[in-house]
Write a protein of this length. Sequence first.
Length: 202
Amino acid sequence: MSNYFGGLALRVFFATFVHFPAETHPTNNLPIEFAISMFEKLLFPLTLSSTLGSGMIAGLLFVFSNFMMKVLARMSPENGISTMQAINTAIVNPLFLLIFLGSALACVANILYCFMHWNQPGISFLLAGSVMYLIGTFGVTIAFNVPLNDTLASIDASNPSSVQVWKDYLAAWTVWNHVRTIAAIAATGLLVIAIYQLRSIK
């Protein structure tokens, strides 16, 4: 059953995103075994990249949870708002997006692999780690931290009415950052275990 759903997912993926000449279109003549074989060859690079990416994101988020937000909270509201606005602007750069989004995409590929090879050793850890990053880190960021950042970006740091917005932002943003930090650390640990257990797969 897991191979069926994995194969179906791959067929949808190739039919949607990969364009072959008509005579070799994946919905016609491309063997599903080829796609499965490709995933098997990419297993280690995908698992390694998701592990390293999750670890780097965990370290970055830990910095904010451990001391950065405390430092910002001790500043005057105007300076704190201006500094956080600058941070939120600067962090949206190609390298960060490559690591943050690339890790999420690698985790999606990991999950597809898990559904196709559920009985292999380490698969449960690979699935748990990938889901943990996708939901606990990537999902929380998109659902909670980004909207808070958008709200902060829309206010004037020098306006007295922004003080309460800043206080609310500090409280909510920090809580959700703790959540995604813990999730990223847990995901990294689970993915490391997965790599260790999957090392025997040829």
